[in-house]
Design a protein around this ligand. Structure first.
Ligand SMILES: Cc1ncc(COP(=O)(O)O)c(C=O)c1O
Length: 436
């Protein structure tokens, strides 16, 4: 078959087609306007394709109009951030080049770019290098694997607010997991950690301690130095300290807020999800090590040819280009300003919520996450009245809370407040209408 003879089967680049695909993207960009599942698609794979143009036109409404808009001024339900447009361009470059970073010889340019990215990023958290991985779950698993095989840790201690990826890692690595209670701010209880150490200091000598910078529910940041002191006070020494900074790690980009991460540089490893507060397309994260040589020798396999496999992944895509472009284009100050803007909007929302007597706040928002609950209505009833893109319900301190995450620099506290007030009013009127 002559692949160039038919528009339907053309494989090579079609500049006009690409330009039209981007036009579709821009034209459909914005709020979701259609319900998922409303675009009719064939029941099975078409025997003959309908051609790239028709396929793009058919799928544009499905892929673009039904997407949850992370650009809405009320998009605050999850730790999912919108992406700067420059990453859209870079993502299409990445797809077009489809480099496989497994082999140094097959992707020298992409690997050099990744090396540059690591040399830019690692020092931000006081680390000396690391790996780009597809998400913080893999980052945490990789870090704990290095803790086990590089430092002899055979058990994991963390708090009950730690992300589920720590439990998954423990199970995969065959390391028993011990979860300690949290304090009133959802941080690991230093008393509980001290107590555990006091009862059996020798156990601590084979423990990887996992602290969190930005817990999934409340965004709380564990007390890094306090936790170290709670262990060292009894003459114990944990061989590995990992900080899961999936969410709050990028606070180091903000002059105003980086202090919240003081002490992070003393960790042995740090995970940061770059698809959260570094505004990259999902799935992207980094795992960083203070001693990269030690970590890599624990994570290293020698494959055939020049494949030097380090870590979990085999064939792996370039995830650096989008972030290098972002950092190059906007700099530390630009990213820091986006984060500051996110936090400022949540602070404005907090202030407004504090004036109400029909809600209770969890506490001061940590790392841009506000939790609150109605005092005169059921949490789930009020949550059901909120735009689902604007809030989620989480569990913390033994209770359910409505959560708003400052994931977007385009967030508008006034619009969020408007939705909250409407949900509270409507739960009030439901109560009034209830004859019981
Ligand atoms: C604290 C924390 N750690 C780890 C993860 C897992 O990250 P990912 O979804 O990138 O695997 C999350 C996800 O939200 C998280 O909040």
């Amino acid at each position: 078959m002559d692949l160039s003879s038919s528009a339907h089967h053309a494989f090579a680049a079609d500049a006009d087609g690409l330009a039209r695909a981007l036009e579709e993207l821009v034209a459909h960009h914005g709020a979701a306007v259609a319900e998922a599942g409303t675009t009719p698609l064939p029941d099975g794979i078409p025997a003959d394709g309908i051609g790239p143009e028709a396929a793009l036109a058919l799928l544009a409404p499905l892929a673009l109009d039904t997407a949850t808009s992370l650009w809405a001024p009320t998009a605050a339900a999850h730790m999912d951030t919108p992406t700067p447009w420059i990453t859209w361009a870079a993502a299409s470059w990445t797809a077009a080049q489809s480099q496989n970073l497994l082999h140094r010889r097959s992707a020298p340019g992409a690997l050099a770019l990744e090396d540059t990215l690591m040399s830019w990023l690692a020092p931000m958290w006081g680390m000396h290098g690391g790996h780009v991985v597809p998400g913080a779950t893999i980052a945490n698993l990789t870090a704990l694997w290095a803790a086990r095989d590089g430092a002899g840790a055979s058990r994991i201690v963390t708090s009950e607010a730690a992300h589920v990826s720590i439990a998954k890692s423990a199970r995969l690595l065959g390391m028993p997991l011990f979860t300690l209670p949290t304090d009133s701010q959802d941080r690991i209880s230093l008393d509980a950690l001290a107590d555990m150490t006091r009862r059996n200091p020798a156990e601590m000598d084979r423990t990887a301690v996992v602290l969190t910078a930005g817990t999934s529910a409340a965004g709380s940041i564990d007390q890094f130095d306090g936790a170290r002191r709670a262990v060292s006070a009894f003459g114990a020494h944990a061989p590995w300290w990992h900080i899961d900074a999936a969410w709050a790690g990028p606070l180091v980009f903000s002059e105003r807020h980086r202090k919240a991460l003081d002490g992070i540089a003393r960790a042995d490893s740090v995970s940061v999800a770059t698809h959260k507060w570094l505004f990259q397309p999902t799935e992207a994260a980094v795992v960083l090590f203070r001693d990269l040589t030690r970590a890599n020798s624990a994570l290293q396999f020698f494959g055939p040819g020049d494949a030097n496999q380090i870590g979990l992944l085999g064939s792996r895509a370039d995830r650096s280009l989008t972030l290098v472009l972002t950092l190059l284009a906007y700099g530390k100050a630009g990213v820091g300003a986006w984060i500051d803007q996110c936090i400022q909007q949540i602070a404005a929302l907090e202030q407004a919520m504090r004036t109400r007597d029909d809600v209770e706040l969890f506490g001061r928002p940590s790392s841009g996450i506000l939790l609150w609950r109605p005092t005169q209505a059921d949490v789930d009833t009020v949550a059901a009245g909120l735009d689902p893109g604007s809030a989620s319900v989480v569990y913390a301190r033994g209770q359910r809370w409505i959560r708003h995450v400052a994931a977007s620099p385009l967030l508008d506290a006034d619009e969020l407040l408007y939705g909250i007030e409407a949900a509270l009013r409507s739960s009030d009127s439901e109560k009034d209408a209830d004859p019981a």
